[in-house]
Design a protein around this ligand. Structure first.
Ligand code: IPD
Ligand code: CA
Ligand code: CA
Ligand code: CA
Length: 275
């Protein structure tokens, strides 16, 4: 797109990650004021709101014509967001709010920048651990500047699969998720959950696990991590095996296409709607 210098955008993305990281670190050990949204387990804190409004203000001052999608802005607008071909910043101010509330260090700031609905920059910053995952389209993925490559695991019997319970407390959804976890536990080396979709994808990029599957996430949870995982060599698909739709609230990421296929065939595919 004319007039867009992706190196400048990338520089801003790193500045925003540093700023968000500082705000998250400052608040991490302090008492938090916690509110709930769609369910008793769907949490939001003052820091989620403060990080999002700070980042949004910096973006709109620097790039007044760019679009912005953020979790808390979308919640305030009745959970409605529109993603267009325009240059768009897609932000999750804190991915892993439950971890943040409970002082568990797996919390991240997640930022994806899209052009023509293609994600071209992804940044996931875990400020408590000071781990910065970055990717630019077709230029690889990095952790604190070190190039990342996914594992080579092809068979589920040798895989570690990352899965989450999620924040829905709908019993039918939870029941199906438990069946999926059962299917993975009984067939793999084990199941893990880190409590941040962005970090789960970044972990696959870094070879800290072989696959990740989740139903019920939103575009801001996984747009940046999906680019990071893809750039490290992962297969990132809709869990049914079809092409990923970032608005369809579900993802399957695996270090090899063979593993993705095996996992896809063992899952109950939940449809939790579109963003
Ligand atoms: C949540 C995290 C979590 C996932 C949930 C998300 P939040 O995001 O990504 O890993 O299981 O579905 O909502 O609310 O902490 O930003
Ligand atoms: Ca949330
Ligand atoms: Ca999130
Ligand atoms: Ca969030």
């Amino acid at each position: 797109m004319a007039g867009i210098d992706l190196e400048v955008i990338y520089g801003t993305a790193l500045e925003l990650a540093a700023k968000a990281g500082e705000m998250i670190r400052d608040a991490f050990w302090k008492e938090k004021s916690v509110d709930t949204k769609m369910s008793a387990a769907d949490l939001v804190t003052e820091t989620d709101q403060a990080v999002e409004s700070t980042v949004k203000a910096i973006i709109s001052a620097k790039y007044p014509n760019h679009k912005f999608i953020g979790e808390e802005t979308t919640a305030a607008a009745g959970n409605h967001c529109v993603w267009t071909d325009e240059p768009t910043w897609i932000i999750d101010p804190i991915d892993g709010t439950t971890n943040f509330v409970h002082s568990i260090p797996e919390v991240t700031f997640s930022l994806g920048f899209t052009l023509n609905k293609q994600v071209v920059i992804g940044v996931v910053y875990a400020p408590i651990k000071d781990e910065l995952f970055t990717a630019k389209l077709n230029q690889g993925a990095f952790l604190n500047g070190k190039k990342l490559t996914v594992n080579k695991t092809k068979d589920i019997s040798k895989a570690v699969v990352i899965m989450e319970g999620g924040s829905s407390r709908d019993v039918d959804i939870v029941d199906k998720k438990i069946k999926n976890i059962h299917a993975m536990v009984t067939n793999s080396h084990g199941v893990r959950a880190y409590g941040s979709a962005a970090l789960n994808l970044s972990h696959i990029a870094a070879g800290r696990g072989d696959a990740y599957v989740e139903y019920g996430i939103h575009v801001w949870d996984f747009i940046a991590g999906a680019l990071i995982a893809k750039e490290a060599g992962a297969t990132v698909l809709d869990p049914t095996g079809s092409e990923l739709d970032y608005m369809h609230r579900r993802v399957l990421c695996a270090c090899t296409p063979e593993l993705a296929k095996q996992i896809s065939e063992k899952l109950i595919h939940l449809d939790m709607g579109f963003d």
